[in-house]
Design a protein around this ligand. Structure first.
Ligand code: NAG
Ligand code: NAG
Ligand code: NAG
Ligand code: NAG
Ligand code: NAG
Ligand code: NAG
Ligand code: NAG
Ligand code: NAG
Ligand code: NAG
Length: 896
């Protein structure tokens, strides 16, 4: 039997040398995924490692044969891992990385009461707005519900006991299969405790996702799953909190595949931009074997272009972007108010944090009566302000933080604050400030009603019950600011190798769905996490209608029929289409996809960058209908997005970036109209010329659509993109953001030259008894753009120490080797941090002495065997010595 030593996985708060990543997925120390050349007994494999490693997880599946292993001695892990990679039965070895539940927004949740779960009449047609936006309603109205299709949901589990999610688990139930790979207490760094029960009682993300796909109509709010006839598989990969390792994700995907899932959906990811990332590669393999896989594109839109998320960025993996719902639903608590002592009226609110509204009934007070002031309550209140301890202060949302606004109110004695919104609906406000007992939010309309009454000199007394006793109701507001437009948070592609990402979009902003019974039963959430499951359901509907589940055919259909939208900012549309790197093909139009008789052979085209410009591309148009169709081709440009703000910046501009109305020129062959008889197919040649007059140094990304209009009324479009500059010329390493700091300095302040770090004795970096007396050098490296390979060299500064004499020269840099755990592969852009305990990649420790760390980041499309292909930076020199060097590690004299 193989001993499972999960304790070794504990990432305690001690100074274990590890790559701590600020915004790139972090690595689990000493943990590796090994892929075998062929089927191999994992227990036997691990025992061949002579007790160096234990088995984290057996990963022997039809499409992936391997294991994840944990080195007992994290210190020697890299050394042994290198040996493992050379073993004949091993195909490749890569580190285990961790991914979080995406940062979705929970806007409001329902009541924690069973009474809410009343049956609603399930008659009439589907008017659920995400369905109206995507034509999904037409399927249910026509009796097509995804019957017979199995969709696996890889997420936080599903609260299958929720009546709207079937109320049971197993054969015959809506949630008919799946498992819990991790258990409640798993947080990504401790030992998983798998069991057979994938219930989601504590997180909610997966329950919301499941309802979007398949919620039944027995709910009080009119929520309708997009494919009510499917069965779901629940693969739980998150505990109540924390992350998941990609070894568990790889296992979950393979289990879902082997359970016969027809579609696999996952609203999980982390910044990457590399389709070769191991998790993405596994998902690609499953798609190649005939199972469509949809993955949320990510919620990092704020970070700007070139920020694709894995596994969505995998080849053949369908990445789903998010648009905002046309309505803003909100689950509001019931409050009451009276004006000048008249009879009370009801209003709705969302309780915030703190939420100590225990039957508070107080008169409102407002700092001013201007309901359009964007910065209401941001300045300290005037000296003439009365004592507000007996009032609820009413403040408009906007400009400064909620905390600043409540702090100003608190300064005049206030304990309770109600915000009124500056956008439709309400939101959950968090403003924990000592002395403040309750915050809440009401709609803009409610706020204005009260302000007008106050302005007229009326007394408005507002009563809020205790959060547990006041019942909630659903209020739908029209979304006038962003209806059907791309959500600001949706992550932008393309990948660093100019692959088109995302594929298409679906409603993900402001979505009402099921939520665990223990967390309120229903909730309104936003994120690409909410967009992705609707796309998964659409695949099920398409499989019902078209009878094929070929991933490529279905993706091509959805892409060709999707509807591109304009770019929208601050409630106003710009006069051009949003770039393909933001919206892909556009918003899914499921009915059109299900019934299209003209098929395209591709879902998108990439013209690559100027170094690899591939201006001539071909795709097929097939007429599978019963009548001859005459087609004409044309071109519609989308906004060109500059990557850099000017020639001297190296980090991409953050959202919304700089968009211009410069379009490529496309020519087609055949150039005129052509007719295809039923069953005929034609190859179309597209030749692109990038837009003229762009500044190539700023790496403009141009994009648009080939429009294919048929005489039968069909109107298809094929998205394309290209980079009018050289990806290879982009600086990947931000030298100014690459520096040396101290492991305990969370601000990453650079240290001056020649600082001495006293390290724990070699091999004792995790020993707390040394903590007070030691501190590790922390390398902070910032990647302006992604880099497939980042190496770090330990450079002895003196030329005459024994260490220096052992040093070799790599790419012109004198080096003792790389710190343990380096190099780092497939890096997203962003900052990563690495605490070095003195260990090298060969398992030995660098002797005491003066060193620099030299960072080399491979440029995009660079040749890793050439030193000139790397961007380089060095830290200042620093000295290390070990606290109490154990006998084995002899102290080295650093002097000549
Ligand atoms: C931490 O150190 C102790 C002894 O110093 C060792 O037994 C243990 O394996 C170490 N754990 C890790 C994760 O290195
Ligand atoms: C419901 O949808 C069906 C199919 O689209 C349509 O025939 C019918 O008129 C619709 N009913 C109502 C009440 O809108
Ligand atoms: C995970 O949980 C363990 C206890 O089970 C705890 O020691 C550790 O700090 C947690 N890790 C994180 C990242 O929260
Ligand atoms: C309200 O505030 C806005 C922004 O400061 C200002 O433009 C507007 O004139 C104000 N309205 C009134 C009635 O004072
Ligand atoms: C919301 O929009 C719908 C459809 O445009 C319209 O009929 C309705 O009156 C609007 N409601 C409000 C409160 O503006
Ligand atoms: C762009 O060209 C490079 C070099 O040939 C290639 O590796 C990459 O895959 C190309 N990208 C696309 C999307 O074809
Ligand atoms: C750091 O120490 C080295 C070697 O002792 C010396 O040559 C160098 O001038 C020092 N640098 C600074 C900035 O003090
Ligand atoms: C570390 O220092 C703190 C405060 O200086 C002290 O309270 C603690 O006991 C010390 N711990 C050890 C292990 O020496
Ligand atoms: C060490 O030798 C290299 C050349 O091998 C030289 O460039 C460097 O200046 C020398 N450093 C010192 C401190 O002498």
């Amino acid at each position: 039997m193989v001993r499972l030593d999960w304790a070794a996985l504990l990432l305690t708060a001690t100074a274990v040398a590890r790559a701590v990543t600020a915004n790139t997925p972090s690595i689990v120390p000493g943990a590796y995924i090994v892929e075998y050349e062929e089927d191999q007994d994992s227990a036997e494999f691990v025992s061949s490692l002579d007790g160096e490693a234990s088995l984290r997880r057996d990963l022997r599946f039809k499409l992936f044969k391997g294991a994840s292993i944990q080195f007992e001695n994290v210190k020697k892990a890299e050394e042994v891992a290198a040996k493992v990679a050379e073993m004949p039965q091993v195909k490749r070895v890569f580190p285990v990385r961790r991914y979080p539940v995406p940062h979705h927004t929970v806007h409001s949740t329902g009541d924690n009461v069973e009474a809410m779960l009343s049956k609603r009449q399930d008659s009439g047609n589907d008017t659920f707005t995400p369905h109206l936006m995507t034509q999904v309603n037409k399927f249910r109205d026509a009796g097509i519900t995804g019957k017979g299709i199995k969709i696996a949901v890889i997420d936080t589990g599903i609260d299958y006991l929720h009546p709207a999610l079937g109320g049971c688990f197993g054969s015959g139930c809506l949630v008919s299969y799946g498992t819990d790979l991790v258990g409640d207490d798993f947080n990504g760094s401790n030992k998983p405790t798998p069991d057979a029960d994938p219930i989601d009682n504590c997180n909610g993300h997966g329950t919301h996702v499941a309802g979007i796909i398949a919620a039944q109509s027995n709910n009080p709010y009119g929520i309708i799953g997009a494919a009510q006839g499917v069965t779901l598989g629940a693969y739980r990969v998150f505990g109540c909190e924390g992350d998941v390792g990609n070894d568990i994700l790889i296992a979950a995907y393979n289990m879902a595949y082997e359970a016969g899932s027809d579609i696999i959906t996952a609203s999980i990811g982390g910044p990457s931009g590399w389709s070769e990332d191991p998790w993405a590669a596994v998902v690609s393999r499953i798609v190649e074997n005939g199972v469509p896989c949809v993955v949320s594109a990510g919620n990092d839109g704020a970070t700007g272009i070139f920020y694709a998320s894995t596994a969505a960025n995998g080849k053949k993996v369908t990445a789903i972007a998010s648009v905002d719902n046309i309505i803003t639903p909100a689950l509001l608590s019931n409050g009451s108010f009276s004006v000048d002592g008249n009879s009370s009226a009801a209003f709705g609110y969302t309780t915030g944090e703190p939420g100590e509204w225990n039957n508070v009934s107080l008169p409102l007070w407002a700092v001013d009566f201007n309901t359009t002031d964007p910065a209401d309550g941001c300045d300290p209140y005037p000296a003439s302000t009365p004592d507000l301890s007996g009032n609820i202060v009413l403040i408009r949302r906007g400009t400064c933080t909620f905390v600043q606004k409540v702090t100003n109110a608190l300064a005049k004695g206030a304990k309770y604050v109600i915000f009124y919104n500056n956008v439709p609906g309400t939101a959950t406000v968090t403003a924990r400030v000592d002395g403040i007992e309750g915050v809440a939010m009401v709609t803009a309309e409610q706020g204005e009603t009260w302000i007008r009454a106050l302005e007229a000199g009326s007394k408005v007394v507002v009563s809020l019950g205790s959060p547990t006793s006041s019942s909630k109701f659903l209020a739908n507001f029209n979304n006038t600011a962003t209806p059907g437009f791309l959500s600001d948070y949706t992550s932008w592609g393309p990948t660093f190798e100019v692959e088109v990402k995302p594929q298409f979009s679906s409603p993900g902003g402001m979505i009402l769905s099921t939520y665990p019974r223990l967390l309120g039963s229903y909730g309104v959430l936003s994120g690409t996490s909410m967009a992705c499951p609707l796309a998964a359901a659409v695949y099920a509907l398409l499989i019902n209608v078209r009878g094929t589940k070929d991933p490529k055919t279905l993706e091509n259909l959805l892409s060709a029929t999707a509807r591109p939208n304009l770019f929208r900012r601050n409630g106003a549309s710009l006069p051009f289409l949003a770039p393909v790197p933001q919206q892909g093909a556009g918003l899914i139009q499921a009915w059109d996809a299900a019934h299209a008789t003209t098929l395209l052979s591709e879902s998108s085209l990439s013209f690559n960058d100027t170094d690899h410009f591939n201006p001539v591309q071909r795709f097929d148009i097939s007429n599978t209908g019963t009548k001859a169709v005459t087609y004409s081709l044309s071109h519609v440009g989308a906004a060109t997005a500059y990557t850099f703000a000017n020639e001297s910046t190296i980090t991409p501009i953050t959202f919304p970036g700089e968009l211009t109305a410069d379009f490529a020129t496309l020519s087609f062959e055949p150039s005129g109209e052509f007719t295809l008889q039923p069953g005929q197919r034609k190859i179309v040649k597209v030749t692109a010329a990038p837009p003229k007059g762009l500044n190539a140094k700023r790496l403009p990304v141009y994009s648009g659509y080939v429009a294919i209009n048929g005489s039968d009324g069909s109107a298809l479009s094929l998205p394309y993109l290209g980079v009018a500059g050289s990806m290879h010329s982009a600086t990947v390493l931000d030298r100014r953001g690459t520096l040396l700091s101290r492991s305990r300095d969370s601000m990453n302040t650079p240290v001056p030259a020649n600082v001495t770090f006293v390290l724990p004795p070699a091999g004792h970096a995790n020993d707390t008894s040394y903590r007070n007396r030691t501190e590790l050098p922390k390398l902070v490296a910032t990647l302006a753009m992604g880099s497939r390979l980042v190496r770090v060299d330990v450079v002895p500064v003196s030329n005459c120490t024994r260490a220096a004499k052992k040093a070799t020269v790599v790419f012109g840099t004198k080096t003792l080797g790389q710190p343990e755990g380096m190099p780092s592969l497939y890096n997203a852009r962003g900052t990563f941090e690495y605490d070095w305990d003195g260990q090298l990649d060969d398992g030995t420790y660098a002797p005491a002495g003066l060193y620099k760390l030299a960072v080399k980041a491979l440029r995009i499309f660079g040749d890793e065997t050439q030193g000139s292909e790397y961007d380089a930076a060095e830290t200042v020199p620093f000295r290390i010595r070990y606290l109490e060097a154990p006998a084995k590690v002899k102290r080295q004299d650093e002097k000549c």
